[in-house]
Ligand binder design. Structure first.
Ligand SMILES: NC(=O)C1=CN([C@@H]2O[C@H](COP(=O)(O)OP(=O)(O)OC[C@H]3O[C@@H](n4cnc5c(N)ncnc54)[C@H](OP(=O)(O)O)[C@@H]3O)[C@@H](O)[C@H]2O)[C@H](O)CC1
Ligand SMILES: [K+]
Length: 459
């Protein structure tokens, strides 16, 4: 998680264009906006170029216009710059930038590599894959460069798709706002991501995660107002135990582990026999129920899962309980629901239909009426109203049991606030932060120990 980008907006190419139009309508000229973009990119190139010769690629559209602008600014600052072009006819602001550029210019076909490559071939206007010869030239020039800086998006990446193609950049300077290709899919091709916001107002319903603000307990609080969490276990009691421990360390006031296995993660977690689940679910003091970690998929698991789904309790559904759930049943719930699928569980429940991960997760939230936490290296949290948040948790979390820990934290946060979107965001942030604090190669059993420190950072 890059703190410099915390809370940054993520917009589609169409939303970006609409925001630009609104900016023009408010009196900013196209040339002025392109000049802002060019200066912002040139500043980043200058930070890292160390006076090395620069080759700027200028494509046929406004990304190319930005490229001419970058070349013009860098040359003014004393850099040795050459421009290689793809295309002949530039319009509007791009033509103005092209005319400002009076330095050495070649065709892309004839360009020779230089240590610093600025990629202004294609931006958000890419409509089809780049033709093989051009892709080949781009790859050759990029491979021979010591530093590749992409303007807006790495050329070849479609702004609205999971990043899966395009040049591999060391630095990408996103213009105006982040786009889906910067945050979902193989985002490594963007290299170090920098946002130049250019003072354009953009929609804010999709954002990168930011550190949540948590409130310490008040003098009037007691264990039930802090949140009573029930974790329903099953055939693999260790997973439910991990989740119960994480719920307790995640700020719950009281945690009950309903499991045939009487072992608890520590004494503060209370063990109950699961034959009393119906009575437990009817407890008006109940803050949230977690079902799924270690549940299994036998008849008993199905009964417990159906009982939980049919209850009025705020519910977190994870692991095996996701395999036992149905979208119709979820959509009928009136109490808050959080689902925490990894990609396999997500595909089984919601299908493998098209769109990027953001679109698919938003669609799943709309269909199920639940908050969906679609886990992965790019975790997407989506609400039925279209609000969505993207997080990039540490890769060290890719180890057994960390999902149970996340589900436990989500239950604790849900019991505390009863607001499932807020709870999901808090849980994902705290989980990722605890992983960072745990350092490399931790085991899931030790992860929750770092939650108090992560919580302290949010007060
Ligand atoms: N967001 C901001 O605040 C600002 C962004 N700016 C920059 O503008 C680009 C978007 O510019 P746009 O002109 O819309 O698009 P591109 O430059 O990406 O490319 C469009 C041209 O490329 C042609 N095209 C598309 N795909 C291909 C392809 N595979 N092969 C060859 N040519 C292709 C397309 O023509 P077609 O009609 O053939 O599709 C266009 O000619 C944005 O990314 C920013 O860099 C502004 O500077 C202002 C601030
Ligand atoms: K580019």
């Amino acid at each position: 998680m890059n703190p410099a980008l915390a809370g940054a907006s993520i917009v589609t190419a169409a939303q970006m264009r609409a925001a630009e139009v609104a900016c023009f309508a408010a009196g900013v000229s196209q040339v002025a906006l392109m000049e802002r973009a060019a200066r912002a990119v040139a500043q980043q190139v200058a930070r890292f170029a160390r006076s090395r010769p620069v080759l700027v690629l200028a494509g046929p559209g406004n990304n190319g216009g930005d490229g001419f602008g970058v070349a013009w600014v860098l040359a003014e600052w004393g850099y040795d710059v050459t421009v290689a072009t793809l295309g002949q006819d530039w319009n509007g602001a791009a033509a103005v930038m092209r005319d400002r550029w009076t330095g050495p210019t070649t065709d892309l076909d004839d360009a020779t590599p230089r240590p610093v490559l600025v990629d202004g071939l294609f931006g958000i206007g890419l409509t089809r894959p780049i033709a093989a010869p051009v892709r080949g030239r781009l790859a050759t020039l990029a491979a021979a460069a010591e530093l590749v800086v992409a303007i807006d998006v790495p050329s070849g990446s479609f702004a609205d798709q999971d990043a899966s193609d395009g040049v591999e950049a060391d630095i990408t300077v996103a213009l105006g706002a982040l786009k889906p290709c910067h945050v979902v899919g193989d985002t490594a091709r963007c290299g170090h991501l920098i946002l130049a916001d250019l003072a354009i107002a953009v929609p804010g319903d999709t954002r990168l995660i930011a550190r949540p603000v948590l409130h310490p307990p008040s003098r009037a609080d007691h264990k039930y107002t802090r949140g009573l969490v029930i974790v329903i276990g099953g055939t693999m009691p260790g997973a439910a135990r991990l989740a119960a421990g994480a719920a307790a360390r995640g700020g719950a006031g009281y945690v009950v582990l309903a499991s045939d296995d009487a072992r608890v993660p520590f004494d503060a977690v209370v063990s109950r026999k699961p034959d009393a689940i119906a009575a437990m679910l009817a407890d008006p003091k109940l803050g949230a129920v977690l079902i799924g970690p270690g549940l299994g998929r036998d008849d008993e698991a199905r009964t417990r899962s159906e009982e939980a789904a049919a209850s009025d309790c705020p519910l977190v559904i994870d692991g095996d309980a996701l395999a036992l759930a149905s979208i119709d049943q979820l959509a009928c719930r009136t109490a808050p629901t959080i689902l925490t699928p990894h990609s396999g569980e997500f595909d089984r429940l919601f299908g493998t239909g098209g769109g990027n991960k953001l679109e698919r997760t938003r669609d799943a939230a709309r269909r199920s009426g639940a908050i969906v936490v679609h886990k992965g290296a790019d975790t997407v949290i989506a609400a039925p109203d279209g609000q969505s948040i993207v997080a990039h948790p540490p890769a060290w979390l890719s180890t057994a049991g960390t999902g149970d820990v996340l589900a436990g934290i989500a239950a604790a946060r849900l019991a505390a606030s009863r607001d499932p979107m807020r709870a999901a965001i808090e849980a994902v942030w705290l989980h990722a932060r605890a992983a960072s604090l745990a350092g490399p190669a931790f085991v899931a059993d030790g992860l929750a120990m770092h939650l108090p420190q992560a919580i302290a950072e949010c007060l």
